[in-house]
Design a protein around this ligand. Structure first.
Ligand code: PGA
Length: 254
C-alpha cells in the first residue's frame, strides 16, 4: 500500500482525477470502480472539468459503483444512482448502459447482489477501484465485522454510518437501514485500488487501516493485502500516522 500525503483536499482530488485520466489514456475501455460520498465530489468535479476541456473521454469506458441503498429507486433523491448521475454521468460522455450500480429497489435484493457480482466478472473485472473510508473503517458498505472474503451482498448499515449519511435525507426514519455492497474480496479483485481520505474525522480510521491489525475489525485494512493499492490523504487525515510508514512524495511528481 503506497500512502501519499498531499498538501490539501484539492490536491488529493486533483491527484485522484489524474490517476483516473491516466488509466483511461492507457486503456480507453477501462472498467472503473466508482464511489459516492463527499470525498469523491471534488474528484468528479475535476473529471467533468477535464472532460469539458476536451482532455478526457469516458465514451468507451464502463463503471461499477461500490454500493446502493436497499429500498431506494434510481430516481430517489437520496439514491446513489441519482448522486452519480448528477455529479458525473450526466455531465460526461459515459454511455448510459455502461454505468452500473446495484438496483436498490430490486424485488429480491440478495439475487440482485449476486447478479451484480456476475456482471462485474462478465465485464472483465475492474481496472481501477476508487473508494473513500468510513469513520469506522468501512469500505463500500462493508462495515466492521465483514469477512475479507466477502462478495457482493446485502448488509445492514452500522449506526455510525446511518448517522454520517443522515444529512442526505429529510428525516431520521428516511435513512436506509440496508445496502447492497460489493464485498471486500470484490474490491480486492480490482487490478488497482485508490482510497481517498480527507479531514480530521478520518484520521483514526486511516491510522487503524495502515497500522492496525489486518482483519474484519477494520475493513479498509484489507487494502494492505492488495499489490497495487494507493492511499491519498490530506494532512488532517494523515495526522495519526507514524511518519516512518508514509512514503511522502512531492505533489509535482507522478
Ligand atoms: P464520505 O464517505 O466521503 O462522505 O466521507 C466515505 C465512506 O463512507 O466510505
Amino acid at each position: 500500500m503506497n500512502i501519499l500525503i498531499l498538501p490539501d483536499a484539492a490536491a488529493v482530488a486533483a491527484r485522484a482525477a489524474g490517476i483516473v485520466a491516466r488509466t483511461l489514456q492507457a486503456k480507453p475501455d477501462a472498467v472503473l470502480g466508482l464511489a459516492t460520498g463527499g470525498t469523491m465530489q471534488p474528484v468528479y468535479a475535476e473529471l467533468v472539468r477535464r472532460h469539458r476541456s476536451g482532455d478526457l473521454s469516458f465514451a468507451r469506458a464502463a463503471s461499477f459503483n461500490l454500493d446502493e441503498y436497499v429500498g431506494l429507486s434510481r430516481d430517489h433523491p437520496g439514491s446513489y444512482h441519482r448522486a452519480m448521475e448528477t455529479a458525473l454521468f450526466a455531465q460526461t460522455d459515459f454511455r448510459p448502459h455502461a454505468t452500473h450500480l446495484p438496483r436498490g429497489d430490486a424485488p429480491d435484493p440478495m439475487a440482485e447482489a449476486v447478479a451484480y457480482e456476475t456482471r462485474i466478472t462478465a465485464a472483465g473485472g475492474i481496472d481501477l477501484q476508487l473508494m473513500g473510508i468510513g469513520i469506522n473503517g468501512h469500505i463500500g458498505f462493508n462495515e466492521p465485522g465483514s469477512a475479507l472474503t466477502s462478495q457482493s451482498r446485502v448488509v445492514p448499515l452500522a449506526p455510525e454510518t446511518r448517522a454520517a449519511n443522515r444529512r442526505y435525507f429529510d428525516r431520521d426514519a428516511d435513512v436506509p437501514t440496508q445496502a447492497i455492497t460489493m464485498g471486500i474480496a470484490t474490491i480486492l479483485s480490482a487490478r488497482a485500488c485508490l482510497l481517498l481520505a480527507t479531514g480530521a474525522a478520518k484520521a483514526q480510521a486511516v491510522a487503524t487501516m495502515a497500522m492496525g491489525e489486518i482483519g474484519p475489525a477494520c475493513p479498509a485494512s484489507a487494502l494492505r493485502l492488495h499489490g497495487d493499492g494507493t492511499v491519498l490523504l490530506d494532512p488532517a487525515a494523515a495526522a495519526l500516522l507514524d511518519p516512518a510508514i508514509v512514503a511522502t512524495m512531492d505533489a509535482a511528481h507522478g
